[in-house]
Design a protein around this ligand. Structure first.
Ligand SMILES: Cc1cc2nc3c(=O)[nH]c(=O)nc-3n(C[C@H](O)[C@H](O)[C@H](O)COP(=O)(O)OP(=O)(O)OC[C@H]3O[C@@H](n4cnc5c(N)ncnc54)[C@H](O)[C@@H]3O)c2cc1C
Length: 415
């Protein structure tokens, strides 16, 4: 179906999900003059679960942020971005013997204002800056209906909202996708991960040697266990950045840290999902310590000081193939339509790219340059192409980094 009586910039745009893609879209639309945009987020506060890790920002992701955010918000993001430029990936085995590693070209070089990684929680708070009035927390979408009057979104608290468009930015477990694409094309890669965070000072005190500090490390052990270790060093501590650039804004008080992701195939892990996903942060940290007893001691201090409250279990999943959703008032964005494993560091960047692309398409339709159905079809066509590339790249890196494991798309099971 078509979107009835699209009133251009007066359109009521409902965004399900106040994560990275949804908030970036809301910022972009507000800046483009769309004044009736509302984000519905299931979390009760901006500090919902699993905000505590670092995100690599690619050139495409940075371009999308720069296109979407007002200057003042962008300044906050630049001030709180990672200070240690990503540099190349260094690869080792578990005894710290160097191994060949893929190289990533970064055309941005080492520009001082480059945004090449951010803290996820800080990014969310920055993306909320100035649009707080447009975001409703504690609103979990349960279902939607479409009809002649547009789309009606229903929430778990019994309330509803009516709009011309509903954007599905509700992430990996999207309720909108469950209704729009019930057949399901999200596949379980059979890989389980433990994600954790260690304060940078604690890791250094625990003996992380200088040559391994502030680097992007990949360690692949002979049993197939894989570790990715990445630093997050704030250019300016978030609290100080807010005091200087946006007095009164709460950006939290986070300190520098290392993020680590341990990944291993379920067969090697040997723990069923029920037990694995019931583990506490402390139990997961102990599991990592136990499975890495033979590893080089220079690395083990980082795991020993991981923060239990910031240690989570994770299943790696991927959307294969990425497919456009039916034309109409429900439009997909981000993980809801193209979930990918974190190995490529591009899931959020792809969601940001969607947000900038969708904003440009809606703006073109509002300006009368392109009919709305054509603009939406063009957005989905582009999105399917670049998201498919991003997923293939993420799966290639997963195969490279977990050499013992076959994670080919054909062998994954649909969840
Ligand atoms: C360990 C790890 C490391 C990663 N590292 C990187 C990286 O370095 N670079 C990168 O580009 N990507 C990375 N990613 C991927 C990235 O986090 C996601 O691709 C990105 O967050 C997707 O953005 P999104 O807006 O689609 O979804 P999200 O950011 O997940 O936002 C979805 C939002 O919707 C809300 N929501 C969910 N259901 C509902 C509902 N029913 N109603 C209302 N709200 C709802 C959620 O609470 C959430 O706030 C990583 C992922 C993981 C797990």
């Amino acid at each position: 179906m078509d979107v009835p009586n699209f009133p251009g910039r007066a359109a009521r745009v409902l965004i399900a999900g106040g994560g990275i893609g949804g908030l970036c879209l809301a910022q972009g639309l507000r800046q483009a003059g769309f004044h009736d945009v509302t984000v519905f987020e299931r979390d009760d506060t901006p500090d919902g679960r699993m905000q505590g890790y670092r995100l690599r920002i690619s050139p495409d992701g940075e371009a999308a942020l720069r296109a979407s955010l007002p200057t003042r918000v962008l300044h906050l993001l630049v001030a709180t971005a990672n200070d240690r430029h990503q540099g190349g990936l260094e690869a080792y085995d578990e005894r710290l013997t160097p191994m060949p590693a893929p190289s990533f070209d970064d055309p941005r070089g080492d520009r001082p204002e480059k945004i090449d990684a951010v803290d996820r929680g800080t990014l969310r708070r920055v993306l909320l800056a100035g649009i707080e009035d447009a975001v409703r927390f504690g609103k979990r979408l349960t279902r939607y209906e479409t009809g002649a009057g547009g789309v009606v979104a229903h929430f778990a608290d019994g309330t509803r909202a009516t709009g011309h468009l509903l954007i599905a930015a509700d992430g990996a477990h999207s309720a909108v996708r469950a209704q729009a694409q019930p057949a399901g094309n999200v596949r379980d890669m059979g890989v389980r991960a433990v994600l954790s965070r260690t304060p940078r000072a604690a890791a250094h005190r625990a003996g992380l040697p200088h040559r391994l500090r502030d680097r992007f490390l990949n360690v692949t052990a002979s049993d197939g266990l894989r570790l990715a270790l990445m630093p997050m060093v704030f250019r300016t501590p978030p609290r100080h950045a807010a005091e200087r650039l946006w007095p009164g804004l709460d950006l939290g008080d986070g300190g520098d840290y290392y993020m680590s992701v341990f990944s291993v195939h379920q067969d090697v892990l040997g723990i069923d999902d029920e037990r694995f996903f019931a583990m506490t942060g402390t139990q997961l940290r102990d599991l990592v310590l136990e499975r890495t007893t033979g590893w080089h001691p220079d690395l083990r201090g980082v795991f020993a000081h991981a923060e239990p409250a910031e240690t989570y279990p994770l299943a790696l999943r991927a959307t294969v193939p990425v497919e456009p959703w039916p034309a109409g008032p429900v439009v997909p964005l981000g993980d809801a339509v193209h979930l990918m494993p974190p190995t490529g560091g591009v899931g959020a960047n792809t969601a940001l790219r969607d947000a900038a692309g969708l904003c440009a398409a809606l703006t073109a339709a509002a300006d009368g340059r392109v009919p709305l159905p054509e603009a939406m079809a063009g957005y989905q066509r582009d999105m399917v192409a670049y998201a498919t590339d991003a997923i293939e790249m993420s799966l290639r890196i997963a195969r490279w980094s977990m050499k013992k494991i076959d994670v080919s798309a054909t062998e994954m099971s649909t969840t």
